[in-house]
Design a protein around this ligand. Structure first.
Ligand SMILES: [Ca+2]
Length: 375
């Protein structure tokens, strides 16, 4: 569905049908190099068509982008956006075309140059997001897209990008990217990006950005079926509440820098440790579920897995994690038809080649959820 934003220059002028791209009183049309004459007094002016973006039921809370419409300025530059000024691109807040408010961000960029405007966003736990923005383009020979990346130097944990557009778009075109950010990331950056066309054309192209939005995606119907899956309850250095355990020596809740709440397990040589939580009543036979969480190990001797058990045997298990980096794993499964209850297991297994080495295993943010369509 599309709506057309109509700006009456004069209230007496409704009968003149001249429609041009942009606001006449604010300058020439951006999409025709300004060669068009200004509309005569009494002309109806329309901006390029602006699509109405749907409100997704999964959106949680407000738009997380500051000044996503480029309406605010400080020293002429948009507030909250960091402009990559190392390239010879002319970047301005302009009123010649906009999708909302009265301004957009216009970037005049040669085809063989790249440009980026970024904004930092704080992350809280493991979250999924959608980033979207409206774009106009004129004679763009590179590629225009939205991107998401780590703020840490050389960080490559968060990396996602939208489809790209190139050439000319005379209607505001929505670009969108959905992505997940691990709990280990404290903040990330969203980017409005022009990617150079390599050694190709140095001809100038122009791109406009407006109505940038970032929403957290929620799953209100998906409750964690595990109790104390974040290990926040229970005495320090003892078994966390609601979890039982088999074997093992020393456990503690860790104050890991990246993961403030986690379960830390020190395993003696030759020893394998399991934490277990019975899941009865809440799982239904034949239904799909997903067990997921974060794991890491101190050395290659440790093998951390999430497993689902039934009446003393293992139904399914994740691939073992043996890495000092926090690793997000998902274990989708279908509850057996004769299921009257399952066990959620956090397993500290051993590399059979090095059973004598001591090792430490960590778990965090463990959840058992009803599976969604993607799982
Ligand atoms: Ca705007």
């Amino acid at each position: 569905m599309k709506t057309y934003r109509i700006l009456p220059v004069c209230l007496l002028s409704v009968c003149l049908p001249l429609i041009v791209c942009a606001c006449s009183k604010l300058g020439p049309s951006p999409l025709n190099d300004g060669k068009a004459a200004k509309p005569a007094p009494g002309t109806m002016i329309a901006t390029p068509p602006v699509p109405v973006l749907p409100v997704d039921k999964r959106f949680v809370g407000n738009n997380l982008i500051e000044d996503g419409g480029f309406e605010r300025a400080m020293g002429g530059e948009p507030v909250s956006w960091k402009l990559d000024a190392a390239v010879p691109c002319k970047v301005e807040r302009v009123q010649d075309c906009y999708a909302e408010g009265q301004y957009s961000l216009r970037v005049a960029v040669p085809g063989n140059q790249s440009f980026e405007a970024t904004q930092r966003v704080e992350n809280h736990g493991h979250k999924e997001y959608v980033f979207r923005c409206l774009v106009l383009a004129k004679d763009v020979s590179g590629q225009v897209r939205l991107a998401v990346c780590d703020t840490a130097e050389n960080g490559k944990i968060v990396s996602a990008q939208s489809e790209a557009i190139t050439g000319t778009r005379t209607e505001w075109t929505p670009l969108q990217v959905e992505f997940a950010v691990p709990a280990t990331i404290l903040d990330f950056a969203v980017a409005l990006r022009h990617e150079a066309a390599g050694e190709g054309s140095s001809a100038m192209g122009t791109v406009w950005f407006d109505q940038c939005e970032l929403y957290m995606l929620g799953e209100p119907s998906r409750q964690n079926l595990l109790r104390n899956g974040d290990f926040s309850e229970g005495p320090i250095k003892k078994i966390p509440s609601n979890w039982g355990w088999w074997m093992g020596q020393t456990i503690s809740r860790d104050s890991d820098v990246q993961m403030p709440q986690s379960l830390k397990v020190d395993c003696r040589p030759e020893e394998e440790v399991t934490f277990v939580q019975p899941v009865e009543d809440v799982v239904k036979p034949g239904q799909r579920y997903v067990l997921r969480g974060y794991m890491k190990t101190s050395n290659s001797s440790g093998r951390a897995t999430l497993e689902v058990g039934k009446q003393g045997w293992i139904l399914t298990a994740t691939k073992p994690v043996s890495s000092p980096d926090w690793t997000w794993v998902k274990l989708p499964f279908t509850a057996p038809d004769d299921c009257k209850g399952l066990l959620a297991l956090l397993y500290c297994r051993r590399d059979k080649e090095q059973p004598a080495s001591p090792c430490t295993v960590w778990f965090a943010h463990v959840e058992l959820l009803a599976a969604n369509d993607k799982e």
